[in-house]
Write a protein that binds this ligand. Structure first.
Ligand SMILES: [Mg+2]
Length: 108
């Protein structure tokens, strides 16, 4: 089992121990993911990026973790292979946004 799958299993176990799975439909999980992303944005509101990171790193970490937890919970609910869908999307992104030839050169 990969570290990622192990983590998702832990998140699933946490919600199952609390009998939350019955409340976790795809729509409400997607909504919750967006709300947590908004909470992450709140950490940056009305200040520079550097100031937010310097002054609110603990809150940023917590809110980012909430975003990941809801993303993985939604993936689990929909029985999606997280690594597979990310790799698939990265291939689409590479096609849509090809790297300039200069960026592909190696420095010796
Ligand atoms: Mg939160």
């Amino acid at each position: 089992m990969t570290d990622l799958n192990n983590l998702i299993t832990q998140i699933d176990a946490f919600r199952d121990a609390r009998q939350w799975r019955e409340h976790h439909n795809a729509k409400d999980l997607a909504l919750s993911l967006s709300l947590e992303a908004a909470e992450l944005l709140e950490c940056f509101q009305w200040q520079t990026s550097d100031a937010a990171v310097n002054n609110h790193l603990d809150e940023i970490k917590d809110e980012l973790a909430d975003v990941f937890i809801y993303a993985f919970t939604l993936s689990s609910t929909l029985e999606l292979d997280v690594s597979g869908i990310i790799q698939s999307k990265m291939k689409k992104n590479a096609k849509k946004y090809p790297a300039p030839a200069t960026a592909l050169k190696h420095k010796d």
